[in-house]
Design a protein around this ligand. Structure first.
Ligand code: WTA
Length: 571
């Protein structure tokens, strides 16, 4: 097999038209696929679910297959229309209005999807939180968004500092609970009472629908604000990149607490009228292969870390399963190594298609769509209608093969429209009309983009974005820790792991137990994926004269690299 270049395959998007379609594609063309294009008023939940429920050919098609070790369920488009209507009625009854923030903090389940869609149907803004978040992470996000309602489970409630959150008025509890009182809403009891019909709140394309919190290199996580208009991109990339066809069974492994789990775990498949598989429970190679086989998955969207884990489980296991239904595999979140693509060609007999995008971009931008010859190691080419380039720090475009800022001509349909309550932060993303991604890359002569790394200190561990500042802040809350500097350290399976350098307060001395205690402190306070895998005690943490931690220097030390310019280092 020639790994330099893997040939195109057929798909919804025809290679023969690539040049022409690429040049001429206009996002307005996508509008005609939706019922609202004549009225101008819209609701993404209506387009994703109700539109199909109202179509006699699709009403009884399975929209959601929910599969967890202890629960199997199938819901049609009609079922989902009704359950989300019920939840919308519950929200209305409790005073939720357009643009209110309603957060969800719970594992994936049929109730999650009914609630999520119900929130959108009343015109409110949904804020899904990853279920592994601990108190600090939950608090930061609910505080910043000023969410008035939260949907959670009795188990997770102890991580919600309800009494410290003045804006949070009510909590919907999914499951049996002893919590009683005005502020608590019993999900199942109220759903039973609620009507299955609801007048969807029609909103403008530019009205908000979703807040995803994500990390940068400084400050607390920021609320990335998305609007209903994003559906154009979710729909069109679903068609041309995920290559969805109406009889597909599609599995996106991402949790809706992260953007992949909403844009491509909810919107893209349902806007395309496709059966969406959601799997609860933990990762194991056997169970994942079994899921692919049993559920007859045809299109599968996952991440390099998962593929690398499957790869290390060996190719013999794959042979025990019948994966002949699978026809299209995609990857996102971190660099996709050519070895993984080679493994896919051999073990799955399929290409694994890399896709590049971010929380802020709301949808895929640079991709290996089926219509493209693939160059393993490259992220592919810009999606039709997207203009991408490599620019220098002044905003000038660079010639091929020169490394620089990966930038996208703004705007595009699914681009974030704000950073919640932080206009100056939002503005800082743009330069000369370009959106600056924070990634470095180069473009080759044929227009393929090659990822090089992050330009800031953001850590990408198993495809999850972690801000060093958040981890450092948590670390210094521990009584033993005086100062902390946190970096990403390259790791063959996870991409990067979190490594923390700390100094200890007087009266504490280094020991295995103490380091483990500090690690657990971050894990229990913030979240498991943000806890440093490695902790190293230092005498000092290098800082600039203005007091900023020099993470770049810590990283150079760690990797044994030249330290570069240290002129700003404090004495
Ligand atoms: C990284 C996830 C290399 C990148 C959708 C980006 C990638 C950050 C790729 C966004 C890829 C995402 N190859 N790196 N195909 N896709 N990244 O916001 O650094 O969680 O800026 O969005 O992940 O992560 P986020």
């Amino acid at each position: 097999m020639n790994m330099q270049r893997i040939e195109t395959k057929s798909g919804n998007f025809n290679m023969n038209n690539y040049g022409e379609t690429y040049q001429n594609f206009n996002w307005d063309e996508a509008k005609s696929n939706f019922s609202w294009h004549t009225t101008g008023k819209v609701n993404i939940a209506y387009e994703a679910i109700d539109r199909h429920a109202e179509n006699p050919d699709k009403a009884d098609q399975t929209a959601l297959i929910y599969s967890a070790p202890d629960r199997e369920e199938k819901l049609t488009f009609t079922d989902l229309k009704q359950s989300s209507n019920q939840f919308a009625n519950v929200l209305k009854k409790h005073g939720v209005e357009k643009e209110d923030r309603v957060f969800l903090f719970m594992p994936r389940s049929p109730e999650f999807y009914a609630a999520f869609l119900g929130i959108l149907k009343v015109g409110a803004i949904a804020g899904p939180l990853f279920e592994a978040f601990m108190e600090q992470a939950v608090r930061d996000r609910l505080e910043d968004s000023e969410a008035s309602m939260l949907v959670t489970t009795p188990d997770l409630l102890e991580r919600v500092p309800f009494n410290d959150l003045p804006h949070l008025k009510k909590v919907v509890l999914v499951g049996e609970s002893d919590q009683k009182g005005e502020a608590y809403i019993d999900y199942h009891a109220e759903m039973k009472e609620a009507s299955k019909s609801f007048d969807v709140e029609w909103v403008d394309l530019e009205d908000g629908m979703l807040l995803h919190y994500t990390s940068g290199s400084t400050g607390k996580p920021k609320g990335v604000y998305h609007v209903h208009n994003a559906m154009l991109q979710h729909y069109q990339t679903g068609k041309w990149v995920l290559d969805l066809k109406e009889d597909d069974i599609y599995w996106c492994t991402a949790d809706p607490g992260w953007v992949t789990g909403t844009s491509y775990g909810i919107f893209a498949p349902w806007l395309n009228g496709v059966t969406n598989l959601v799997r609860g429970g933990r990762f194991s190679p056997e169970q994942w292969y079994e899921t692919l086989q049993e559920k007859e998955v045809t299109v599968w969207y996952s991440a390099p870390t998962a593929f690398r884990k499957l790869m290390s489980a060996g190719e013999d296991i794959v042979k025990e399963y019948n994966l002949t239904n699978l026809r299209h595999v995609l990857s996102v979140g971190e660099p996709l190594n050519p070895e993984v693509i080679a493994w896919g060609m051999s073990a799955l007999e399929l290409r694994i298609h890399d896709t590049w995008w971010m929380t802020e971009t709301g949808g895929q931008l640079i991709c290996n769509f089926p219509a493209l010859d693939m160059k393993p190691g490259s992220m592919g080419k810009p999606f039709p209608g997207i203009v991408a380039s490599i620019i220098d720090n002044e905003g000038n475009e660079l010639p091929p093969n020169q490394m620089g800022n990966l930038a996208i001509k703004a705007p595009w349909p699914s681009m974030m429209r704000a950073i919640w309550k932080r206009p100056e932060k939002y503005e800082s993303y743009f330069l000369n009309g370009w959106y600056i991604s924070g990634d470095s890359a180069y473009k080759d002569e044929e227009g393929y983009f090659w990822f090089q790394g992050r330009l800031d200190d953001v850590i990408n561990t198993s495809g999850e974005r972690v801000g060093p500042f958040e981890v450092e802040s948590k670390l210094i809350e521990h009584p033993a820790v005086s100062e902390a500097g946190v970096i990403g350290k390259p790791d063959p399976e996870r991409g990067e792991i979190i490594k923390a350098f700390i100094t200890l307060n007087d009266g504490y001395s280094e020991s295995e137990e103490l380091l483990e205690e500090i690690r657990q402190f971050v894990k229990k306070g913030l979240s498991a994926h943000a806890a440093p895998r490695e902790l190293e005690v230092k005498d000092t943490i290098p800082k600039t004269r203005s007091g900023k931690i020099m993470r770049r220097l810590l990283k150079s030390w760690e990797l044994g690299l030249p330290t570069g310019d240290v002129s700003t280092l404090e004495e």
